[in-house]
Design a protein around this ligand. Structure first.
Ligand code: ADP
Length: 374
């Protein structure tokens, strides 16, 4: 919560399939300076009640301070303004109104909010938009008015591709269901990780060559003629079956105790070293051919490469050279941004560029917020 003297005048919420993103404006009640600060907070949509409770406390603070004439002797502020977008703005509409008792909740279109939020970031906020490269992981781009047309790739639970031709002028030109929710869901099945951040942490320690079939595995070298390095992924997870069988064979040869028809995908499988202590039935001399970390990075690459490739193709079809990536999937994670950037650079032969945002997960919430600003 803002400190006890902060006045909250606007709250915007974007309730997606996975996360509910909250943005609110607060300013010091006793400050004579204009302006204030934007606050950002997210909750799992599954725990929407905690989020609504937080909003209720913000609202109570607003009422308390406005009831006292703001405490600053100036004219009373307008009523609290609450904007809601995302699917949850519909699904939870009655609930939001109930919890906030009497406050009007304005519902806003999700896609429109996304691009209004992005436009606001691109055109007005310094040190928000950046490009990524391994040598310069956060190269900021100055705010600019001349931004259209561009492609917005929003990677949330699912993925949307939006062609933006001008302010509030956009078209959803594509989508894929292989998005952030896919990574989150599959890694929860395949690894012991319990949270999204744990999965990213695992990915940062993994080696995808343990599970992915690389060009080098097939050719023994690179395939320079068509521009493929030996480390290029030929088949995501393509080496798993072979590695597993080899390991089983070796275990059998050395008189290993493992049951032949042990379920291969069970999380307790000795092949998958989970963050928790290894399962007790794994014999000590058995080295797993790959770990949860290797699986995590492989799937992160698979999902990101796929989105990068589709983004490039969409940008070709619609003749767009600027490609912005938003959505909480990115989460400022270097491997994700590197993969997306690399895919755009590689396929466009250096002609196109991927752009990222510091508040990548809050485009919709910020859009709903600025849409109703006077
Ligand atoms: P949506 O609006 O569909 O909820 P978001 O832009 O909020 O989409 O992104 C949700 C995705 O972000 C998840 O599928 C997951 O990949 C990733 N993510 C980032 N942080 C978290 C988190 N704390 N919990 C779950 N998923 C997260």
């Amino acid at each position: 919560l803002p400190n006890h003297t902060a006045v909250v005048s606007h709250i915007a919420i974007d309730i997606g399939g996975t996360l509910a993103k909250l943005v609110w404006f607060s300013r010091e009640a006793h400050s004579t300076e204009p302006g204030g600060r934007l606050n950002f907070l997210s909750f799992e949509t599954e725990h929407i009640d905690e989020c609504l409770e937080h909003m209720r406390r913000l609202k109570d603070k607003h009422v308390e301070l406005n009831g006292n004439g703001n405490g600053d002797g100036r004219r009373p502020r307008n009523d609290l303004c609450v904007m809601a977008t995302g699917g949850g703005a519909y699904k939870f509409y009655d609930k939001i109104r109930d919890v906030l008792g009497g406050v009007d909740v304005l519902r806003e279109d999700e896609m429109e909010c996304l691009i209004i939020g992005l436009d606001f970031f691109i055109t007005e906020i310094p040190r928000e938009v950046f490009t990524y490269s391994e040598t310069n992981p956060m190269h900021f781009v100055e705010p600019s008015e001349n931004v259209y047309p561009y492609l917005l790739v929003n990677i949330g639970s699912g993925v949307s591709f939006l062609k933006v031709s001008g302010p509030r002028n956009y078209e959803r030109v594509g989508g894929t269901s292989l998005g952030g929710g896919t990574l989150w869901g599959l890694l929860s099945l395949l690894t012991g990780a319990r949270t999204f951040d744990e999965m990213l942490e695992l990915a940062s320690q993994g080696d995808n060559a343990k599970v992915d079939m690389l060009v080098g595995d097939i050719y023994g070298t690179d395939y320079g003629k068509i521009g493929l390095k030996s480390t290029t992924i030929a088949s995501s997870f393509g080496k798993v079956f072979r590695s597993k069988r080899q390991a089983e064979q070796e275990a059998e040869d050395s008189g290993g105790r493992r049951h032949k028809d042990h379920h291969p995908h069970h999380p307790d499988s000795p092949h998958l070293s989970s963050p928790s202590p290894p399962p007790s039935h794994a014999s000590d001399d058995e080295t797993p051919p790959f770990t949860s970390a290797d699986i995590s990075v492989s799937l992160l690459y698979a999902i990101s490469n796929n989105i990068g490739q589709i983004a490039f193709l969409q940008s070709q079809i619609h003749e767009l050279s600027h490609i912005y990536f938003g959505g909480s999937f990115i989460r400022g994670h270097p491997q994700t941004m590197n993969t997306l950037s690399y895919a755009i650079r590689f396929w466009s032969k250096g002609a196109k560029q991927a752009y990222f945002l510091r508040h990548e997960g809050y485009l919709g919430a910020v859009g709903a917020f600025v849409k109703r600003q006077p």
